[in-house]
Design a protein around this ligand. Structure first.
Ligand code: URA
Length: 433
């Protein structure tokens, strides 16, 4: 077999065999295929797409390119969740302890942010002392001991995806359904869960810009799940505006802590509770979705979810005094208020623009080696559908650089679209299983 023939075959729109896909993944992971050849093949896949069968073969080859975690010791049904990415997405920080507080084991591996979407592993590290890089043994032992562990991807899971994902980023090949589906599902399969709930985001701040694309991505991942014996449910959620109010690492952790203490922004609550209800169902702990939602809300009300978060943080070396008093989180030096320039209903706040502004302030990485500033970001005070008077506070910028703070203010004002008609919105759009 040779890579040039494989590239030519996909370039000409033909279907690759399982052996050809495996060959490409094994050889590329072992550095025996050059980046420019991999880039040509990835571009050919981007343009000519892949059948479900090819996408499944690509997924399994990437999953098998490294270790596959065995979580069967944790129970018959081990549930995992994943989001296709967004702005202000602190769902895992809330949902992981919430699910664990119901006695369902949570062994969560989260990524770091690249570009304008943040990563949960970066966010939780805003809690001083919290260690996301523990061994596989400690990870499993923690789940056995307290029912939860949240770490970053330090283990050798799906290394082929790591290489291809980084490559895609540099050759404008991120927004491809077979490539996204295989990237996400290979990591989920390697992470060991046999039940998967996926938050498929849709809108300005997501890879999938419209519902049709989000549905197609969902169907592809469900189909791969079936072929790989992993029951998968997709929940399509709105990502036109940021989720919740806070964007930026420690700002999002503070919002998650407040949520677990009962202060729940409506859109964030809708996503957390919907995903959680399906996680309970897939874990075999309740078929009735409405009842599951009530169980989740009850564990926020009675403090069990918050207490589980405290246990998680303490168990991984984090300073829990920051949870008890969120004012302890280090603040950015410049706090700039952004005030509405006209009166009316908020029609639109482009999540991608807010994500990019936040990244520019230092909350995200433009390249893999960039260091994140955990203190900076944006807190929105008005969201789509809200009414604002002229001069009212619509957002606060947290910055460590005057010039960047001024730029952020200008861009935020540009991205807030205000009109005279009342706007309605829906955060959870569709469930596909
Ligand atoms: N998240 C992933 O893990 N991979 C993608 O390709 C897109 C989002």
């Amino acid at each position: 077999m040779n890579i040039i023939d494989i590239i030519a075959k996909k370039r000409d729109g033909k279907e690759l065999s399982e052996e050809e896909i495996k060959y490409f993944i094994e050889e590329y992971t072992a550095n025996r295929i050059e980046d420019y050849q991999a880039a040509a093949l990835v571009m050919a896949i981007y343009i000519n797409r892949m059948s479900y069968r090819e996408t499944k073969d690509l997924t399994m080859a990437m999953a098998n390119s490294g270790d596959i975690l065995d979580l069967s010791k944790l129970g018959e049904n081990v549930v995992d969740k994943h989001s296709t990415g967004g702005v202000g997405d602190k769902v895992t920080l809330i949902l992981a302890p919430l699910i664990a507080s119901l006695g369902i084991p949570v062994a969560k591996m989260s990524g770091r942010g690249l570009g304008f979407t943040g990563g949960t592993a970066d966010k939780i590290e805003a809690i001083p002392g919290y260690n996301t890089s523990i061994s596989e043994k400690d990870f499993i032992d923690n789940v056995k001991k307290i029912g939860i562990s949240l770490i970053t991807q330090t283990l050798n899971l799906a290394p082929a995806d790591k290489k291809i994902y980084a490559l895609r980023d540099t050759i404008a090949c991120t927004e491809s359904i077979p490539l996204i589906a295989s990237s996400i599902m290979s990591k989920k399969i390697a992470s060991g869960a046999n039940k998967i709930v996926l938050d498929v985001t849709c809108g300005y701040g997501a890879f999938m810009k419209n519902l049709e694309q989000a549905e197609e991505l969902s169907k592809t991942m469900i189909e791969i799940g079936k072929l790989a014996n992993r029951e998968t449910i997709c929940i399509i959620t709105d990502m036109n505006e940021p989720l919740g109010y806070a964007v930026g690492n420690s700002l999002e952790v503070i919002e998650a802590i407040n949520f677990l203490n009962g202060d729940m922004p409506e859109d964030l609550k809708d996503v957390v509770i919907e995903l959680g209800a399906y996680m309970i169902k897939l874990a075999g702990k309740g078929d009735n979705i409405e009842e599951n939602k009530n169980k989740l809300l009850e564990n926020i009300k009675n403090g069990k979810a918050y207490n589980k978060f405290v246990e998680l943080v303490q168990n991984q070396g984090g300073d829990i005094s920051y949870l008890e008093d969120v004012n302890k989180f280090e603040k950015a030096t410049i706090i700039k208020e952004v005030r509405a320039e006209e009166e009316g209903y908020i029609k639109e706040i482009n999540a991608e623009t807010i994500g990019k502004i936040s990244c520019d302030l230092g909350a995200g990485r433009k390249t893999k080696s960039d260091k994140i500033d955990l203190t900076v970001g944006i807190v929105l005070h008005k969201k789509v559908g809200d009414y604002t008077k002229k001069g009212e506070l619509i957002a606060t910028v947290y910055a460590n650089n005057e010039e960047k703070a001024n730029y952020a203010e200008k861009e935020i004002l540009n991205t807030y679209k205000i009109g005279q008609e009342k706007v309605t919105k829906k955060t959870v759009i569709e469930i596909i299983s």
